[in-house]
Ligand binder design. Sequence first.
Ligand code: ASP
Length: 307
Amino acid sequence: MTQPYSLMIHGGAGALEDLKYEASADDFKQSIVKILEAGRARLEEGDRALNVVEHCVNLLENDPFYNAGKGSVLNENGQVEMDAALMNGSDLKAGAVTCVKNIKNPISLARQVLEQGDHVMLAGEGAGKFAKLYKVEICPDDYFITPGRIKQLKEAQAAGRIVLDHEKIKQKLGTVGAVARDIHGNLAAATSTGGLVNKRWGRVGDTPVVGAGVFADDETCAVSATGYGEQFLRTVLSKTVSDYVYFKGMNATEAAKAGIEYLVAKVNGEGGVIVIDNAGKCAAAQSTSGLIHGWIELGGESICKLG
Ligand code: ASP
């Protein structure tokens, strides 16, 4: 028997009210709803949650509005170094890549790592070699780097700061992620990012770390996180949200809220999570004023929220 599907995506957390978008709030809403509808089409056909979260994140990575794939933020050397990971809730299989360069869709490289199955995470040059082996698309530097990102890096460096893409200094919005429950009742989660503006060369954030920036378990929920990666690493935030479901019997709404309360109480953390539980309930919570996200709960209409 099939079950109703649910899908959530996000485009990063931050202080949205201070932004001057290169795109308007309406542009973001349109982008989010379009991607949700693309995911819906696949879920209705019976596609697996893992394929759908990869596809939705591909679309977000290809859109220069977001800090992932094309339009990623720049590190201290003016380079794009990206992190991505995805996880399948039925068997806890996961794939992750970190500090990758010139990969058009880091989430699809992470998917290859998952499919090949020998390892969970590949880094840097080795991940690049693996990409060539499995014919994952490679693009030149100028595909990724946008004028807005060069300006943003200069501002961050002038201020001597390492910042979230979503802070005032930024021009565009953040890290991307997707969580889904398919008609077979399986959950999956995916997260992809360029990381923090002016981050150190070689820095690894929460996004590619299973349990920190991404987690999925059919018995509990699927989670994708966005915010200051170091804080999400120290609190293992995505797994913490799942643990609230597993050990305390919370639903998605309660677990998302409890997770963010924990993030704030423990490390005064800044960021947000999107969560779908094993009943298909969708929830988001954040400690920042904004979180660009949208959802389709149990086959209902597409809804987008920027805060
Ligand atoms: N969590 C990401 C990182 O620290 C940044 C973000 O979510 O915008 O790399």
